[in-house]
Design a binder for this molecule. Structure first.
Ligand code: NAD
Length: 502
C-alpha cells in the first residue's frame, strides 16, 4: 500500500467514523494507484449527519458573527501552511496539473479570507426608512438552518469553500457531500475545519456516489441545497426539492461556453485566449469553451494557428509543472469525449486535429485535442451539448448579430469571452449574449471569489455562488420598532378602535 494512502472516514457530529461499503479512489493519471478507500454513507449515516447539523444550528446561530468569522482566519492560516500538500493531493486525485491545483488552493484561501473580512463588514443587514417617523426598520439576514453542500470533482477544494464559507459565516450548519471522484481532498479540508476549531456538528462529511447525495437532498431536515455539477443532476435536485416548503436550491450547472473572435482582434491574444479557454484543465471546467466563434475573414488563419498551438500542448503527469494539462478524470469521461468526437464526424464537420488517446500514458485517462470546423446548424448536436473535455469547434460568422445568435444558440448560458479592440462591439456582445460571466480580451475562464459566479438557462437557477451565495443561505427579515407612544400605521391605515381603552 502506498505510504500516501488515505483511510476514508465520515465525519458526523464531531466524530470520525469508519463506515462501510468502501469504494476506491484512483489517480486518473495512473489508474493503478489507489489514493485511498472511502466509506459510502448509508441512509442512517446521512440522516445522522443532517440531525447533527440540525442539533448544532441553534448554538452556532447564536454565536457572534465576528467569532464565527474568526474561525475562518484560523482556517486561512492552516491552508497557507498546507498549500503545497493540498495541491499535490488534489493533482494526484483529480489529475489537474499541479500549477492549476496550487491556483485552486489559493482560490479557496481567498474565499476563506473574504469570509473572514466579511464578518466585520456591513452585509449583515441594513436600516431603512419608514413612512412613520417614529418607526425604525431593520432588514436583517437570518440563516436558514442546515445547508447541504453537494460538489463536483473538477474544483474539489475551492467550490466547497465557496459554499461552506458563506453558509457557516451566516450561522448555518452544513452537511458536505463531495464528489466520489475527490473524497480525499474533501476529507483533508474537513480536517482543517476541525483543526481551526469549528465546533462539532457545524461541518459534517458524508462520502459516496450520487445515491448518497440524493438521500441528503431528500431529507426534509435540509433547508438549502448548494449544488454545483451537471445539469441533469441539478434538475433532479430541483425536482425533488419542488415538493418541499422553504427549500432553497442554489444550482450551478454545465455550460457550452464560447470565445468570439472578431475581425479587429489582436490575433495572438485571440489564439491564446482560445487555447486557454478550450484546453486548461483538459477542457473540464464548467467555463471551458468548446466553441470558438471566428469572423469568416480570419477563420483559415485562426484555424491553422489554433490547431498548430493545440497539437504542441503537452498533456501528461499532473505533478510535472511543465505539462500544460493532465488526464480526464476517469475512463467514463474519456469514453464520453470519444463518443462526441465520433458523433462530430457523423455530423459532417471538417476535422482539423484528432490524435485520440495519448499512447505513452496508457495507464491513465489521457486524450489529445479534437478540433474541427463547422457551420452553425441547430441540428448539429456537438455544437449544442456539453462535452467536458478537449473537444472544440471553430464556427465562422459574418456579422456581430450572427455571432451573438450563434453564441446564444445553446440551452446553456454560463461564460463567454469576446476578443475585440472596439468598445462599441464589446458593449453589443455584453448586452446581447446570455451568460453569467463575460470577459473581454481574456479567456472564458478566470473567476475571482468576490464576484458572483453563476449562469442562466441550463447553467444556473439565479443563485450565483462564491461571494453572491449569501443571498441563498440567508433569508431577509424586516424588524420594525415603534419609538412613539401610540400606534401609527403606514398607508394611512386608521388605528381608531371603537370601545377600546381611553
Ligand atoms: P455531477 O453532476 O455528475 O456530480 C456532482 C455532484 O452531484 C457529485 O457530488 C455527485 O455525487 C452528486 N450527485 C450525483 N447524482 C446525484 C443525485 N441524484 N442527487 C444528489 N447528488 C447527486 O458533476 P461532476 O461530473 O462531478 O462535475 C462536472 C459537471 O459540473 C459539469 O457539467 C460542469 O459543467 C459542472 N460544473 C459546474 C460549475 C458551475 O459553477 N456552474 C462548476 C464546476 C462544475
Amino acid at each position: 500500500m502506498s505510504p500516501f494512502f488515505v483511510p476514508g472516514r465520515l465525519f458526523i457530529g464531531g466524530e470520525w467514523l469508519k463506515g462501510r461499503n468502501d469504494f476506491d479512489d484512483r489517480n486518473p493519471a495512473d489508474l493503478d494507484e489507489v489514493i485511498g478507500s472511502f466509506p459510502q454513507a448509508d441512509a442512517s449515516e446521512v440522516a445522522a449527519a443532517v440531525e447533527a447539523a440540525r442539533a448544532t444550528f441553534p448554538g452556532w446561530r447564536r454565536t457572534s458573527r465576528i467569532l464565527r468569522a474568526e474561525a475562518f482566519d484560523r482556517l486561512a492560516q492552516l491552508i497557507k501552511r498546507d498549500t503545497d500538500a493540498l495541491a499535490t493531493l488534489m493533482a494526484r486525485e483529480c489529475g489537474k496539473n499541479i500549477t492549476e491545483c496550487r491556483a485552486e488552493v489559493v482560490e479557496g484561501l481567498h474565499m476563506v479570507q473574504y469570509v473572514f473580512g466579511t464578518g466585520r463588514a456591513g452585509v449583515y443587514g441594513e436600516v431603512v426608512a419608514s413612512e412613520i417617523a417614529e418607526k425604525d426598520v431593520l432588514v436583517r439576514r437570518k440563516p436558514w438552518g442546515v445547508v447541504a453542500v453537494v460538489t463536483p470533482w473538477n474544483f474539489p477544494f475551492a467550490v466547497p469553500l465557496w459554499m461552506l464559507g458563506p453558509s457557516l459565516l451566516e450561522g448555518n450548519t452544513c452537511v458536505f457531500k463531495p464528489s466520489e471522484e475527490t473524497p480525499a481532498i474533501a476529507q483533508r479540508l474537513v480536517e482543517l475545519f476541525v483543526e481551526a476549531g469549528f465546533p462539532a456538528g457545524t461541518v459534517n462529511l458524508v462520502h459516496g456516489a450520487g445515491a448518497v447525495g440524493e438521500q441528503l437532498v431528500k431529507n426534509p431536515g435540509v433547508n438549502v441545497v448548494c449544488f454545483t455539477g451537471s445539469y441533469a443532476i441539478g434538475k433532479r435536485i430541483q425536482e425533488i426539492s419542488a415538493g418541499m416548503p422553504d427549500r432553497i436550491v442554489a444550482a450551478e450547472m454545465g455550460g457550452k461556453n464560447a470565445v468570439i473572435v472578431c475581425e479587429d482582434c489582436r490575433f495572438d491574444l485571440a489564439v491564446n485566449a482560445g487555447i486557454l479557454s478550450a484546453f486548461k484543465t483538459t477542457g473540464q471546467r464548467c467555463v471551458s469553451a468548446s466553441r470558438i466563434i471566428v469572423h469568416e475573414s480570419l477563420v483559415e488563419k485562426y484555424a491553422k494557428a489554433f490547431t498548430d498551438t493545440a497539437t504542441r500542448l503537452r498533456f501528461g503527469d499532473p505533478l510535472d509543472p511543465t505539462n500544460f494539462a493532465g488526464p480526464l478524470v476517469n475512463r467514463k469521461g474519456v469514453e464520453k469525449v470519444l463518443s462526441y468526437n465520433a458523433l462530430a464526424k457523423t455530423e459532417g464537420v471538417k476535422v482539423l486535429a484528432d490524435a485520440g488517446d495519448v499512447p505513452a500514458n496508457a495507464k491513465g485517462c489521457f486524450l489529445s485535442p479534437f478540433i474541427y470546423q463547422a457551420n452553425t446548424n441547430p441540428a448539429t448536436r456537438v455544437l449544442h451539448e456539453e462535452v467536458f473535455g478537449p473537444h472544440v469547434a471553430l464556427i465562422p460568422f459574418r456579422t456581430d448579430e450572427e455571432a451573438a445568435r450563434i453564441y446564444n444558440d445553446t440551452e446553456y448560458g454560463l461564460s463567454m469571452a469576446v476578443i475585440t479592440e472596439c468598445y462599441r462591439r464589446m458593449r453589443f456582445f455584453r448586452d446581447e449574449c446570455e451568460y453569467g460571466m463575460g470577459y473581454v480580451n481574456l479567456p472564458s475562464i478566470g473567476a475571482e471569489v468576490h464576484l458572483p459566479f453563476g449562469g442562466v438557462k441550463k447553467s444556473g437557477n439565479g443563485h450565483p455562488s462564491a461571494a453572491a451565495l449569501v443571498d441563498a443561505v440567508t433569508h431577509k427579515t424586516a424588524w420594525t420598532v415603534n419609538h412613539g407612544t401610540d400606534i401609527k400605521m403606514a398607508q394611512g391605515l386608521t388605528t381608531a378602535i371603537e370601545g377600546g381603552p381611553a
